[in-house]
Design a protein around this ligand. Structure first.
Ligand code: LMR
Length: 396
């Protein structure tokens, strides 16, 4: 029956996690998957989440099905978090938000929806992008193309080339954009660049589809939502898939959402109906525990304050280890420009190392990066950063 099927080569990110877990070397360092570890190299359980879970338990144990669109309080909190509580689009009922199985679930529901309702459109992703974006949209039946993004020569952004490419796209092309903390490069548009991009998206009648997996890991919760809020203010119709995996350290709970910001309430209602149907056909309805965690943490004043403080601590720690790595590797290899470690933001830096160099890092130094050269800054600690700097200095 299945002898003809193609063997799966494995996922480039998850396969490395398996290899890391099998590695018995005591000094191994995991800078591969996008997971935040603390200074003790542990996956933190945030206090705000622990407290929310106590309250959830105290409320009682019944676990009914959620509606297809997810839990109402969770959806309301998410929309406010993205747009700001007072955004007129919320009062106007122009935002259709569904709770999803992580932001990947949101991306997939959105992809299937768009394939049905914009069947002539193609998808454009940044070059490079998160490894799974292309597979996800191709899996929904789209042709996926890439627009210029990362500048290997400077470690920065090819903004003019990106704009020029987008200016040439057919109307209704779907443009996947990283709202902040670009994965894998750590290279973001500045607020001024977003403001220059938005008129192009409007003139070309393109559909922006934002992936916001790292809100709060760049500059702050509101700052990292600049792109979402600027698009909403411009009146453009767009999608945004967001995640709490990283920002609340609840990876396996699969807490995410998909929002469609539409031109009118009537349009948002239509979109909501079809999103619900799309969910029903894929996984029926999302996870109740995820909804309750998000609703409690975002909706309760003291838990919200606790979360914002814990999120800020994670953000500051990532900046500190970035700085430490930069200082140490510069001291060892002053002949090379390591400035990208400081200019790139969020969880990732793009080292420019080749796959062969990354293999040497892993095989000879037990330092794990993605083979594209992506380094997850959140796996660095003050204790391991010296070893990582030494390894980088040796292979670069
Ligand atoms: C990553 O990019 O490493 C994370 O977003 C985890 C994943 O699912 O790939």
């Amino acid at each position: 029956m299945f002898e003809h099927i193609t063997p799966y080569a494995g996922d480039p990110i998850f396969a490395l996690v398996d290899a890391f877990n099998r590695d018995t070397r005591p000094n191994k360092v995991n800078l591969s998957i996008g997971i935040y570890f603390d200074e003790q190299e542990r996956l933190p359980v945030l206090q705000c989440v622990q407290e929310a879970e106590k309250r959830i338990l105290a409320e009682g144990g019944a676990k009914p099905y959620l509606p297809m669109e997810g839990e109402a309080a969770c959806r309301t909190q998410v929309a406010q978090l993205l747009l700001g509580a007072q955004h007129p689009a919320l009062a106007e009922g122009r935002v259709a938000t569904i709770q999803t199985v992580g932001s990947s679930g949101g991306l997939k529901v959105g992809a299937d929806f768009l394939r049905t309702w914009l069947p002539e459109s193609a998808v454009w992703v940044s070059d490079p992008t998160w490894d799974n974006h292309r597979s996800m949209f191709e899996g929904s039946g789209f042709t996926v193309n890439a627009y210029p993004y990362y500048d290997a020569a400077t470690g920065g952004l090819r903004f003019e080339d990106m704009l020029a490419c987008l200016k040439g796209l057919p109307a209704r092309s779907i443009v996947l954009l990283h709202a902040c903390c670009h994965n894998p490069t750590g290279v973001d548009l500045t607020p001024a660049q977003w403001d220059a991009l938005i008129p192009v998206l409007r003139e070309r009648e393109l559909l922006p589809y934002l992936d916001l997996a790292y809100q709060g890991f760049g500059d702050g919760i509101a700052e990292d939502a600049h792109s979402v809020r600027a698009l909403a203010a411009s009146g453009l119709t767009f999608f945004v898939a967001n995640s709490f995996s990283k920002s609340m350290s609840v990876y396996g709970e699969r807490c995410g959402a998909l929002s469609a910001v539409c031109a009118s309430k009537a349009e948002a209602d239509l979109v909501m109906g079809q999103l619900r149907y799309t969910v029903r056909r894929i996984y029926s309805s999302p996870a109740i525990h995820a909804a309750r965690i998000v609703a409690h943490v975002l909706g309760d004043t003291d838990l919200r304050a606790l979360w914002e403080g814990e999120l800020a601590q994670m953000r500051v720690r990532m900046v500190q280890v970035r700085q430490a790595l930069h200082a140490q590797v510069c001291a060892l290899r002053p002949d090379r420009d390591w400035g990208f470690l400081l200019s790139q933001r969020g969880m990732f830096s793009y080292t420019g190392l080749s796959a062969a160099q990354v293999d040497i890092l892993r095989e000879q130094h037990a330092v794990y990066l993605i083979r594209s050269g992506r380094l997850c800054v959140a796996g660095l600690t003050q204790a391991n950063v010296g070893r990582v700097a030494q390894a980088l200095a040796t292979v670069a």
